[in-house]
Design a protein around this ligand. Structure first.
Ligand code: PLP
Length: 396
C-alpha cells in the first residue's frame, strides 16, 4: 500500500538531550525546514538566523567562515569550495565588463590564468606588474582600474610585495585591493590591517593543514562587498562540502602550533641548505640575503612562512636525482601539509612558460620549492643533504 503521507518522514532529533557536544558537529543536510513564509522572508532579509538550502550556506561553512574572519581581522567572510573559487568569487563577483584589473606578475598559476585568459573573454582588461615595486604599480594603473590582486609572498620565488605602498595607491584612487594570504597566513600578517579590502585564503593549504580538504575563503572589511561576492558564489555554485569544512575546523584548532613549528623549521632548513655543497641559492624571506629582507621584516615581523625555495647545480638529471634521493619528502605540487612536500616549478606550476620566461622569473631546472612540515628538523636536513649529494653525483 502506498504511504499516504510520505512528507511526514523526518529524521530523529540527534541524541544528546541537554548535553552540548564538545567536538564540532557535522551537518550534511542539503535542505532546512522553516516554520512559515514570514520566517523564511526574515531569514532571506537577514533579520533571522537560519539556513534554507546548502548551496546558499550551511552550518559547517558558516562556522568555519566566522573563525577565519576572526583570525584575519575582517568583519566577515564566506567559505567556498576551493582557493580558486575564492579568487573567482572576488574577481567575478565584483568586476564588470570595461573594468581593468592589475595583478602581481608572480601570482599563483591559476590566478594568472584567470586574469590572462578568462577575464578578457568577459570584457575585463588585465595587466601584470611587479608587486614589489609600488612605482611600477602606479605607472600601470589606468582610469578604469577597479582592482589590484597581489599575494604577500610570491610563488615560487618568495618575493615580498610592497603591500603598504600599493594599499596607499589603491586607497587614494578608490581601487579595491585584494590580497591572497595563503602563503603567509594570518599568523604572519593580517592584510586587512595593512589596507587590503578583500582577503583570500586557499584553506586547502596551511589553515586546514592535512591535505584532506579542498576549500577556500574570501573575506572583506565592507559588508556590501562581501554580500556581492557571496551572492556570486551562491549563483555559481561554489559550495563548500560540509565534511571538508568540518575537517578544516578541526585543522584550525592546531593551526597556530603547526605554523609556528613549520616556520621555525623552515628558517633552520634554509640556513642548512645554504651551507650544502651543490646548492647554488636559497630564498627565504627571513634570511639577510633575501632581496626583500628589510621589507619582509617590516611587514611580517618575526614570522615569515614555511616555504623555502632553493636552486641546485646541474640540469634535469640532477633535479631527478635530488627528488629520488629525498627520502620521506613527498614530491607533490601542494603546500601546507603536516608532512614536507617538494615541488619543481619547471615541470609543474611553471611548465607552461618557456625556459626564457622561467629564467626571467629566476626559475631554472634546478629550482625547487619546499613546503616545510612538522618533521624533526634534523631528519629533514638529513634527507635534503642526501638528496643534494645524489644530485651532485648525477651532475658530475
Ligand atoms: N592561491 C595560492 C597562493 C595558492 O598557492 C593556491 C593553490 O596552490 C591557490 C590560491 C588555489 O587554491 P586551491 O588549490 O584550494 O584552489
Amino acid at each position: 500500500m502506498r504511504d499516504p503521507k510520505p512528507t511526514l518522514i523526518r529524521p530523529e532529533p540527534l541524541a544528546g538531550g541537554e548535553s552540548a557536544p564538545v567536538g564540532a558537529p557535522i551537518m550534511p543536510s542539503v535542505v532546512y525546514e522553516t516554520e512559515d513564509p514570514d520566517a523564511l522572508d526574515a531569514q532571506y532579509e537577514g533579520r533571522r538566523e537560519g539556513f534554507a538550502y546548502a548551496r546558499e550556506g550551511h552550518p559547517n561553512a558558516a562556522a568555519l567562515a566566522r573563525r577565519i574572519a576572526a583570525m584575519e581581522g575582517v568583519g566577515a567572510g564566506v567559505t567556498v569550495g576551493s582557493g580558486m573559487a575564492a579568487v573567482s568569487a572576488a574577481l567575478l563577483g565584483l568586476l564588470r565588463a570595461g573594468d581593468h584589473i592589475l595583478g602581481g606578475d608572480q601570482l599563483y598559476g591559476r590566478s594568472l590564468r584567470l586574469l590572462s585568459e578568462d577575464l578578457p573573454r568577459l570584457g575585463i582588461a588585465t595587466g601584470f606588474v611587479d608587486a614589489g615595486d609600488a612605482a611600477a604599480v602606479e605607472a600601470a594603473l589606468r582610469p578604469e582600474t577597479r582592482m589590484i590582486l597581489i599575494e604577500v609572498v610570491s610563488n615560487p620565488t618568495l618575493r615580498v610585495a610592497d603591500l603598504e605602498g600599493i594599499a596607499r595607491l589603491a586607497r587614494a584612487r578608490g581601487i579595491l585591493l585584494a590580497v591572497d594570504n595563503t602563503f603567509t597566513t594570518p599568523r604572519a600578517i593580517r592584510p586587512a590591517e595593512h589596507g587590503a579590502d578583500i582577503v583570500i585564503q586557499s584553506v586547502t593549504k596551511l589553515l586546514s593543514g592535512h591535505s584532506d580538504a579542498t576549500l577556500g575563503w574570501v573575506g572583506a572589511r565592507d559588508a556590501a562587498l562581501l554580500r556581492r561576492m557571496e551572492a556570486f558564489a551562491v549563483t555559481a555554485g561554489m559550495t563548500a562540502s560540509p565534511f571538508d569544512c568540518w575537517l578544516a575546523e578541526r585543522g584550525l584548532a592546531t593551526f597556530p602550533l603547526r605554523f609556528d613549528r613549520a616556520e621555525a623549521t623552515a628558517a633552520a632548513v634554509a640556513d642548512a641548505l645554504a651551507a650544502m655543497p651543490g646548492v647554488r641559492r636559497v630564498i627565504y624571506p627571513g634570511r639577510d640575503d633575501h632581496p626583500d629582507a628589510a621589507r619582509a621584516r617590516a611587514l611580517l615581523g618575526a614570522r615569515f612562512c614555511n616555504m623555502v625555495t632553493f636552486e641546485i647545480e646541474g640540469g634535469r638529471a640532477a633535479a631527478n636525482a635530488f627528488v629520488r634521493a629525498a627520502g620521506g619528502i613527498a614530491f607533490a605540487p601542494t603546500l601546507g601539509d603536516v608532512g614536507s612536500t617538494l615541488s619543481h616549478p619547471a615541470s609543474s606550476s611553471h611548465r607552461g612558460l618557456g625556459p626564457e620566461a622561467r629564467a626571467a622569473l629566476g626559475i631554472s631546472e634546478g629550482t625547487f620549492r619546499l613546503s616545510v612540515g612538522l618533521e624533526e628538523p634534523d631528519a629533514l636536513t638529513g634527507a635534503l643533504a642526501a638528496a643534494a649529494d645524489a644530485a651532485r653525483r648525477a651532475a658530475a
